[in-house]
Design a protein around this ligand. Sequence first.
Ligand SMILES: *Cc1c(COP(=O)(O)O)cnc(C)c1O
Length: 361
Amino acid sequence: MNTSSNPDALSVIPHSRPTLGKEEIQCAAEVIESGHLAQGEKVREFESAFTQRLGINAAAAVSSGTAALHLTLLGMGIGAGDEVIMPSFVCSALLNAVHYTSATPVVADIQPHTCNLDPVDVKKRITARTRAIIVPHLFGLPADLEALCKLNVPIIEDCAQAVGGTYKNRPVGIFGQAAIFSFYATKVMTTGEGGMIVSGSKGLIDRVKDLREYDNCDEYKIRYNYKMTDIQAAIGLSQLEQLEAFIRHRRTIAEQYYREFKSTGFQLPPRDAGHIYFRFVIESATDAAAGIQKAAAKKITCTLPVHKPLHRLLKLEGYPHTEQVWRQSISVPIYPSLTEKERARVVDAVVHLAERRNGAQ
Ligand SMILES: *Cc1c(COP(=O)(O)O)cnc(C)c1O
């Protein structure tokens, strides 16, 4: 049977898929056999592997990227009455973390092509109460850190989608007061759930470590249970060793997409040497939802890269770039375990989308 002419015989290509194998199984099994599951030696090893990789002073592993953001804000002393700026075009985890601290989130617009924070719009929203700017490197593309750092407000880099990426040849995560990472199942490297905070300030990381666990403390204050387990850390260490290979693989697929999608008329992601292509987001001149449906008919799972922008969740108006990008962006499957055959099917579906669209004009 010729499967290419019989789409019913093809399996669905998921939007994302973790790369896990024998190494991770082995590492997790060793921890289970050791009988020490809770935060311990493996977590410390994972933290020190991270600080070494980034060449930064200190790191604290936690249970998620959201927990990492929450503790970073608390560690910086941010709370009620303070304002924290973030882009609208991002997941609601940022909004939650700021709300957990009782600070006020202030939402800014993005640059239309990079999908990252627009420093000009951020500047307009700075007040005497602004205590931090959360700067995601969305889809793996580094944000304009130089312009954002010039605003003289403490920066928290959100590297949840950009671990291993670089800005001007230096690793993202070292440019602000602190940076956070996420190791959720669909991220570039995973521990199932998990997160990390890094900072040049050992004092900040000490405060974060004090807040992430409640036991063995002499003086009471509200603390959290945001610890990572040694099982997660062991998997994380294994994933970290493969990170360069993961990124190489993503960049190879991205190059193929740039070639194959050139004639489609879709706007393709900005090219940047530091981009790790956590997502490959194409922009059509029309509605994204229709394109996503058509791809689904070919058993290719494309998605909106951001479910709903924050300004819409908060019922705010006046975010023209976020609005436009949100309506028109389609995130196409890209991950190291995407096979040649699957890539060919993705390319075929995207080219088909473009033909339908151009034909309809
Ligand atoms: C995933 C993600 C987070 C939250 O991380 P979790 O581990 O899911 O809590 C925060 N910021 C960005 C940009 C993300 O992509």
